[in-house]
Write a protein that binds this ligand. Sequence first.
Ligand SMILES: [Zn+2]
Length: 191
Amino acid sequence: MPEKSNKDSPSTREPVDSLSLDKQFDRVEEVTIIELEELADALEFILDLQPHICEIRGSDYPCILCENKCSVGKCQEIKIMRGKGLKTINSSMLSLNFEKRDTFEEYVVSKLVRELTRQKLNLIEPEEGYDITFFFKQEDRWKKDEIIVFILGLFDKVKTLMPEAKAVVNTWIRNKVKAFEREETLKKMKE
Ligand SMILES: [Zn+2]
């Protein structure tokens, strides 16, 4: 289907012009929506897979993992606001970055995202600079809609869980410090 893949190629698609947005008005909301729309598009593209015999490894080996990505399974790269993807005929990968404000969030977000996803999707070691890297095989196309909904929902889950994670850690620290200070006071009183 060369015609279709040509049409669907993100490089030929008109990019959403974020610069034309009114910067003074609702900028944050606008940007968030565009980002998700783009991610949905990216996922549609990256999950548009089909069976393909790997020329190097044979059978239905995922070409995204084979040495030269196969000449026939040639790679296509996509870029979105929060990530990037790589696609061959029978397999693909997508790396995503989540919003975080400090180093604590950086650590928790990457842990959280991977934990939320582990049971549901195939993960590989995250590419440098990204929180998570998904790995898709051609069989995943049957679950395409489910996968797209799940990945788009991850952003909300992280946003919801992050304040709770911070609160729990902060409370834990406060309580520990209080307990520690009480112990110190008791020790001094005994002396
Ligand atoms: Zn291959």
